[in-house]
Design a protein around this ligand. Structure first.
Ligand SMILES: [Zn+2]
Length: 462
């Protein structure tokens, strides 16, 4: 009897063959699969990635049967939807299936366990809701809907989902890019994760801002080494390796880079100008005169510093093995996030000048392929803007600068313009839950992000 009732209930809810009834429930199920990227690849449970792909195949049957789907490097997904006009350049949608681990000791701080996929009170909780399973499943939901309606794109649509974005993308996005190159694909534009709608931008009191990121910051880590005489601590050298390196680190921290306005931030402020109060409106409208002032003002607030400065973060410091031994070597690392236009060589020269100590060796691995600044008046930007406005008519769409990094750099050679945006809305507090505690997405926002994805596919493939 109970079984019959349960079965009838399942049928009513559409849970035939185990496919959940709503987009939110389908996302929740994907959150229960622990596709965690660990820095040490040996710790990764690839069975979970297999499970996720099996789940996607079962959940989006049209996508997986009607489109050309291939696995790249066993776990990354490449999905091709041919356009009716083969002469037109296709468009590319990317996202990633892996998530970051939970920081040990913080599991108990979550309102709902991070891998339980709990949907309650209009929210979906779990690691990966925002970063980036909403991206993967949102795009699949959109494509599945369009396929069920018999939609035929004129311009081809490709989806590429990497499986190791959180640990460099070398096995996922890089391999996907190589495969797409092999297939001779070149895209009119692409859109990756890394932009969103923010509901509480301080200057815009009554409307959200859709930040479509047209550029991202570069990434550089310098390793600094001080070597010298060590020995017994009963007869120490006048300057120890630790003292020398500490001195250098203190100077680096005391001499940050100068703030300045770069193109994408300037473009954002100019679009904001007519929509904000005075005096900001006037100031943003006269950046030729005020850009230095604005950069210095933005440099006063922790939230806006990354937009106007190549940032300096002292992240590692290692020296010494025993309390009565002076170490012969001390090593430190400093991580920089570079504004567009700042090259690694510029940073190294500046840092050499700041530490002013030739005894300290500096080395680094250059970060290849920092994406160029894409056109905020280009066709892709317009399509994204139109898709946003159709779903969020109240939103102000602006170009902006992504202050973190994504897989996008692996696709630089494949697309004329590269954008970063998912149509999800959050407040700035929620944005900080990414990689942190209590990551969630509201059901409403997730559904709207699917609608935006769908519009981007429809409008972009015209
Ligand atoms: Zn991500």
């Amino acid at each position: 009897m109970y079984r019959i009732i349960a079965l009838a209930g399942a049928l009513l809810l559409g849970q035939v063959q185990g496919v959940a009834a709503s987009p939110a429930d389908r996302l929740a199920e994907a959150l229960r699969i622990r596709t965690i990227s660990y820095q040490q690849r040996a710790q990764i449970d690839y069975g979970e990635f297999q499970r996720l792909n099996d789940y996607l195949r079962q959940t989006y049957p049209r996508v997986f049967s009607e489109l050309q789907v291939e696995l790249v490097n066993d776990y990354s997904l490449l999905i091709r939807w041919d356009g009716s006009d083969a002469d037109l350049k296709p468009i590319l949608f990317t996202a990633h299936t892996d998530v970051v681990p939970i920081e040990p000791g913080t599991e108990g701080d979550w309102e709902h366990p991070p891998f339980d996929g709990v949907v309650t009170g209009g929210r979906i909780f779990g690691r990966g809701t925002l970063d980036d399973k909403m991206g993967v499943l949102g795009l699949l939901e959109a494509a599945e809907q369009l396929l069920s309606e018999g939609f035929v794109p004129r311009r081809g649509i490709v989806m590429a989902f990497g499986h190791d974005e959180e640990i460099s993308g070398k096995e996922g996005a890089a391999a996907l890019a190589a495969r797409m190159k092999e297939l001779g694909l070149h895209f009119q534009w692409m859109v990756d994760e890394g932009g969103m709608l923010i509901s509480d931008v301080p200057l815009l009191t009554d409307r959200p801002m859709a930040m479509v990121n047209v550029a991202e910051k570069g990434y550089l880590t310098l390793t600094l080494v001080a070597s010298g005489a060590g020995g017994h601590s009963s007869n120490p050298p006048k300057i120890s390796t630790i003292g020398r390196l500490s001195n250098a680190m203190a100077r680096i921290e005391a001499n940050p880079f100068e703030p300045r306005l770069v193109g994408p931030v300037q473009a954002m402020l100019e679009i904001l100008a007519p929509h904000v109060k005075q005096p900001e409106s006037f100031v943003f409208d006269h950046l030729w005169l005020t850009s230095g002032l604005v950069a210095h003002r933005m440099d006063q607030r922790r939230l806006t510093i990354p937009f106007v400065r190549t940032t300096t973060a002292l992240t590692m410091f290692n020296a010494g093995v025993k309390e009565n031994v002076v170490p012969q070597r001390a090593e430190a690392r400093v991580n920089f996030r570079l504004l567009p236009g700042d090259k690694p060589e510029i940073v190294v020269d500046y840092i050499r000048g700041v530490i002013d100590d030739p005894e300290i060796e500096i080395s680094y691995d250059p970060w290849e392929n920092v994406p160029p600044i894409s056109d905020h008046q280009g066709v892709g930007f317009q399509v994204i803007g139109e898709a946003v406005t159709a779903v969020y008519p109240e939103a102000l769409v602006t170009p902006s600068l992504l202050t973190a990094t994504t897989d996008t750099r692996h696709y630089v050679e494949l697309a004329d313009d590269l954008y970063r945006f998912h149509g999800v809305m959050m407040d700035s507090g929620q944005a900080s839950s990414i990689h942190g505690t209590n990551e969630f997405i509201t059901v409403e926002s997730y559904e709207k992000s699917i609608a935006v994805a769908r519009r981007m596919m429809e409008l972009g493939s015209r």
